[in-house]
Design a binder for this molecule. Sequence first.
Ligand SMILES: *[C@@H]1O[C@H](CO)[C@@H](O)[C@H](O)[C@H]1NC(C)=O
Ligand SMILES: *[C@@H]1O[C@H](CO)[C@@H](O)[C@H](O)[C@H]1NC(C)=O
Ligand SMILES: *[C@@H]1O[C@H](CO)[C@@H](O)[C@H](O)[C@H]1NC(C)=O
Length: 582
Amino acid sequence: MYIEEKGSPMFPSKAPRVFVVASVVLLFLVTYTTLHLYHRVPPSYSPAAPQILPVKDVTTSVEELDAGLVDAAEFTTTRVLTPTLTTPAPVPTPTSKDEGPAWKPSTSNATPSPSAQPTELGDNPMTEDESGKEEHQEEDQRPLPDPKLCSEDVEFLVRSSIDLDLTERVHYVRRYIKPVLSDTVDRDNIANITEPLVEGSTEINLYECTDVTISQSEPIKLVVPKPYPKTTFAHLMFGVATDYKRLNGSIAPFSHWISGTGAKLVAVVTDAKEKSTEDMEQLQRGFEMADIDITLVKPISRDFSTSQNHFAVLTNMLEHDTPETQWYGLIDDDTFFPDLQPFSDSLATLDHNVDVYVGALSEDFSSVRIFGFMAYGGAGAYLSAPLARKLGDKALQCIHDATTKEGDTILRDCVYSNSKAKLTMLPGLYQQDLRDDVSGFFEAGLRPLNLHHWKSWYKAPVEKMAKAAKFCGDCFLQRWQFGNDTVFSNGFSIVEYTDGVGSVDLQLMEGTWGKADTKDFDFSLGPLRKAYTAEKKKSYKLREAELTEEGDLRQLYVRTGDSSKDEEDGLDWVVELIWQLH
Ligand SMILES: *[C@@H]1O[C@H](CO)[C@@H](O)[C@H](O)[C@H]1NC(C)=O
Ligand SMILES: *[C@@H]1O[C@H](CO)[C@@H](O)[C@H](O)[C@H]1NC(C)=O
Ligand SMILES: *[C@@H]1O[C@H](CO)[C@@H](O)[C@H](O)[C@H]1NC(C)=O
């Protein structure tokens, strides 16, 4: 049935049956020969490519099951057909020393990056490893620009350009920002800055960067909250269950929010039985080097699915807690906190000495209809210490009795059948059941305590985005208006509205994601305004950010050139904002 559905556009029902059969045979032969001619798997197929895993192994939570259901039709065809559609990478020419991303000739039309596509498989591990870099490999290989040859002024730009796959020349705008730290700033107010933000561009050739100098303009003063104080969070413990590879890939994003905070992490390595002691030690070291207080454990039962382990991790957490532990958070491996401070502050409004079950619903009411009223796994489920202990004794029984296999629903049922606690919704937690283009969410001036689905349902470099939270705390996603047409959402985007900011109701969220036009998000994120077309809204998105040794924050916002419109050169646009600490 799935194949029929998927195949019908390719083979219209009126096509003679013999044609259909011939095509299938041809497709099979092409697949077969492709795989055999190239004595290695095509580049998009890493050896551990999850395409070959049964879907059950990669679905890890309720919302992913949802994805699994919705996308079941895609499953068979996507996975079977992909090899035939993938052109193997060309063998590098002897002259090209580098194996990095091929350079995009400046004449080429800017192709939309496939990484902007939604994954069809929910939280599929493959999506992290498949960057959009292959798309240019058929084009001429060029050596990469060498940041070491550049003047210091553009070293960061040129170094970043390699990963960002920028055009050979770019339009570049640099603005310095002088943050004015304030205790009293109304963070939700959109301050007006009269001068324009994106102005005075220079064309820079990333290959001829030796003598480039950028004139330093007068810094723009922006009033921002003070940075979060340096505190520890020994009262917080987090539990996660995922496989070795994904856990290893989580070290960097986890370290953004948990490194050196005193918060504890317990991780069930779901495929631990296939791993050697050395493998496990190596993973342990990886976390320790990132200054993360982690305990790696094996699944309690080898029969548990990843989702069951999502809940079973609670018993492991209770074995490694301390008298200081106040909250036990069961999270997904792609749950991300811009900073623990506001999350901890919000939790502190609740009494951890009584039974409390904290979380957030899906923003998508169609999911709530299916899975019900509970703390959705990606936003995390947080149990106060007495409730955690109460459930700890019952955990295995709860898994045994469960009528579902999903961690967050088992937890919900376990809470409801063993305590009188009901779901307490903590504003600012998000399951982020949003797909594709999530700009509307990030440009709405929200203060999300956590993010989720950023490497699967949608793509966003959350670690880089949230560097702003390390620099000026609550200024992450704070908004300013520049001139009469530009809105800056710190850490996410700079947007120029063709019809001026006056034409935009900035108090409403723009419904940019798939399904935003249904009524299913009104109860959570609405009222929404209509999404703009690209003609009405020019977006520079944050693609790179770093905190320098001096404590400055550098952010690169990039707009991919569009040669189909007025910009005939097709060059990428880069706006660098340098937030000066002193
Ligand atoms: C900024 O200017 C807009 C008009 O462009 C006005 O509606 C708004 O109130 C101003 N905001 C502040 C904080 O002054
Ligand atoms: C773990 O991740 C690092 C990069 O963060 C990578 O270099 C290493 O190969 C990974 N190890 C495994 C076993 O996947
Ligand atoms: C914005 O201001 C400029 C002059 O500074 C003017 O030319 C332009 O028409 C204005 N745009 C809108 C949308 O009001």
